[in-house]
Design a protein around this ligand. Structure first.
Ligand code: SAM
Length: 238
């Protein structure tokens, strides 16, 4: 990803991180070919023509699109420990567009904006590496944690919240029905380890969000978003 690098007249002036990656991590040599992606998600075939000076020359645009045909926003009840990083990596592999950490009533961690900003470069690195390995055209965005009152700003054409009580009530097909209406964008909402409390589900219903079950088994909070993204991928691509 040529994210912070300058492109002019078909030449990429690599930013220091990309330069280090090409020269030291990939150990590329002068004249070797590499595929790069610009801000818009366009792939290019490029050649390393000035390894020391950190410059690539763009050879040709490549017609490759590996993105889902819908935008997927994952609003995720932030879990404890490194599970969040695991979900960032796996959700990126599965095609997520935006990840929104959600601080809920039963969240077990305290994460404010300044704590998040300290970790953001690490989160972005995890996402970038996963995007590269999965040949994504874009790098998903991770934004600062939100509370319930800000949720309305992250809603899409279709909005669903995974709620295990819905699964118990036989609402297993609600997710399937919601996906049938999907044409452009979807927001999927998953609770933290302790789940959502009823008042949060009521508030989400008032925002027009549909509670959906994910089958009879209770999934861990880090498994549920990956299950939902896999189902979306299956419905849209397979
Ligand atoms: N509340 C449960 C408890 O404390 O026993 C478990 C919460 S579960 C570990 C974390 C989140 O995953 C839930 O808030 C929900 O969003 C989602 N989830 C897990 N399994 C699910 C299922 N079978 N149906 C719907 N949502 C599920």
């Amino acid at each position: 990803f040529v994210k912070n690098s300058q492109i002019h007249d078909g030449i990429v002036d690599m930013d220091p991180i990309m330069h280090k990656h090409i020269a030291k991590v990939m150990r590329m040599k002068q004249g070797e070919k590499v595929i790069v992606t610009d801000e818009s998600g366009q792939f290019f075939l490029a050649t390393v023509f000035d390894l020391e000076g950190g410059r690539l020359i763009l050879e040709k645009a490549l017609d490759e699109n590996n993105e889902l045909d819908v935008d997927v926003t994952l609003v995720y009840g932030m879990p404890k420990g490194d599970k969040f990083e695991f979900v960032l990596q796996k959700a990126t592999e599965l095609g997520v567009t935006k990840i929104v950490p959600f601080l809920c009533a039963r969240s077990l961690i305290k994460m404010d904006e300044s704590k998040f900003m300290k970790k953001k470069p690490r989160y972005e690195r995890i996402i970038q590496e996963a995007s590269e390995q999965s040949h994504r055209n874009i790098c998903p965005e991770v934004i600062a944690p939100i509370h319930l009152k800000e949720l309305k700003d992250y809603l899409s054409e279709v909005n669903v919240v995974a709620y295990e009580e819905s699964a118990k009530q036989g609402e297993v097909s609600a997710f399937h029905r919601a996906l049938e209406k999907l044409t452009t964008s979807i927001t999927i909402i998953v609770g933290p380890e302790g789940g959502f409390d009823e008042s949060e589900i009521t508030a989400m219903k008032d925002l027009g969000i549909t509670p959906v079950g994910l089958g009879k088994r209770i999934l861990r909070s880090e498994s549920a978003p990956l299950y939902m993204l896999s189902v979306i991928g299956y419905e849209r691509e397979l």
